[in-house]
Design a protein around this ligand. Structure first.
Ligand code: PLP
Length: 426
């Protein structure tokens, strides 16, 4: 082979994988085992002391999960990755490696609602606090930075869709203040946006969504961009200080540009425990093999359906950056030229009742709280995920009574449009 790097489609199928050395199995086997036999006592000692790479126990490493880790690192262009039990676990272990009690981070106000909850409430128990910034106003991120700020967090394409983040602008601010930029790339996947190319330092994923892509397994991933200089920076003791857990080893010195991924694994995953089942790793790997095909089709279908809805008499607005008239279209052209993803929101002229009627009438769309399936999905946030909020709070969260969110699947767009038209008329 030449020195040329393989293309994205090739990496999606091959990165990290090889025929199984023991059996020749071509698909990556599911190593459904809790633990691994040591060669001898010295081998065991070197594994426990981090002097050698290898498998001890599936909470920390597993050969099926390792293929998934290598594959996502290759697709994102990072130095290393860590597979964990869910997207939330990926966010949590990332923050665990970055934050000490009393520390802060600045987060975009346009995030998946579960992340907003996690940051506002659960993280308080660890003494970590979040400052919210306006995703459309990079200066508001800078204004929220204090001497205790340890990271900036955003989504590349923000859930519930329709928002594109100016990653380069946020990266500039992060670099100026010498803090890492953490990007949740769930909605875009590396097929649409590769955040490291725009200055991100760490990428996290809910692999539950488009990476797995078939609505059958929960999983999460952390990818180390290898760009942040942890060594010698006492603000980040997990990476930069001698670790008592490993006889005083300094992870950033021993592991260099993948020290962050190692810290997440040997301090976070080892001690806090949200390990990914190898079976789920297998399903997510299988999903990733068709990621480029699926993401292109998701985006093309979403544009077709969004265009149709934008002209529909029952619809007051559509928020999809793929539409030329959309306020985020210029950012979409810059950051995601192949398409703006599968997920978008729209407003119904008939308000709350029309939303309830629509989700009840649809036949092909599934009414459920997920995105990133082969199947098309719909949710009416005001009657489900945001039900407990007042109308004013719903509107502030982008979940007003008239708002509907779609995650467009891989079906024939004509069938999706027919289903929507019939349900809107019904
Ligand atoms: C953008 C985004 N990040 C993180 C998560 C959390 O992922 P998980 O459900 O795998 O924990 C989700 C879930 O919907 C999401 O949409």
């Amino acid at each position: 082979m030449s020195d040329r790097l393989p293309g994205f489609n090739t990496l999606a199928i091959h990165a990290g994988a090889a025929p199984d050395a023991a059996t020749g199995a071509r698909a990556t086997p599911i190593y459904q085992t809790t633990s691994f036999v040591f060669d001898d006592v010295d081998h065991a000692a070197s594994l426990f002391g981090l002097q050698a790479f290898g498998n001890i126990y599936t909470r920390i490493t597993n050969p099926t999960n390792a293929v998934l880790e290598e594959r996502i690192a290759a697709l994102e262009g990072g130095t290393a990755a860590l597979a964990v039990a869910s997207g939330h676990a990926a966010e949590f272990l990332t923050m665990h490696a970055l934050m000490q009690p009393g520390d802060e981070f600045v987060a975009s106000n346009k995030l998946y609602g579960g992340s907003i909850n996690q940051f506002n409430h659960s993280y308080k128990n660890f003494g970590w606090s979040v400052a919210w910034a306006d995703n459309d106003d990079p200066a508001s991120f800078e204004a929220a930075i204090t001497p205790r700020t340890k990271a900036i967090f955003c989504e590349s394409i923000a859930n519930p869709g329709g928002v594109i983040t100016d990653l380069a602008a946020l990266s500039q601010i992060a670099k100026k203040h010498n803090i890492p930029l953490v990007v949740d790339n769930t909605m875009a996947t590396p097929y649409l946006i590769r955040p490291f190319e725009h200055g991100a330092d760490i990428v996290v994923h809910s692999a539950t969504k488009f990476l797995g892509g078939h609505g059958n397994s929960i999983g999460g991933l952390i990818v180390d961009g290898g760009s942040f200089q942890w060594a010698g920076d006492a603000r980040y003791p997990m990476m930069s200080q001698p670790r008592p857990e490993y006889s005083g080893m300094v992870l950033a010195e021993t592991f260099g540009n993948f020290g962050f991924a190692i810290a997440c694994r040997v301090l976070g995953l080892r001690d806090l425990g949200p390990a990914l089942s190898p079976f789920n790793a297998f399903l997510i790997l299988t999903g990733i093999e068709t990621l480029p095909l699926r993401m292109q089709r998701h985006s093309d279908n979403a544009l077709t359906v969004a265009t149709h809805l934008s002209r529909h008499e029952s619809v007051s607005w559509v928020s999809y950056p793929g539409l030329e008239t959309d306020r985020y279209h210029a950012l979409a052209k810059r950051y995601t030229p192949n398409g703006a993803g599968a997920v978008f929101t729209f407003g119904l002229k008939g308000g709350y009742e029309a939303g309830v009627k629509l989700v009840s009438n649809l036949q092909l769309f599934s009414h459920l709280a997920n995105i990133g399936d082969t199947r098309s999905l719909i949710i009416h946030p005001a009657s489900t995920t945001h039900r407990q909020l007042t109308d004013a709070q719903k509107t502030a969260a982008g979940a007003g009574p008239e708002v509907v969110r779609l995650s467009i699947g891989l079906e024939d767009p004509a069938d999706l449009i027919e289903d929507l038209d019939a349900a809107l008329a019904g």
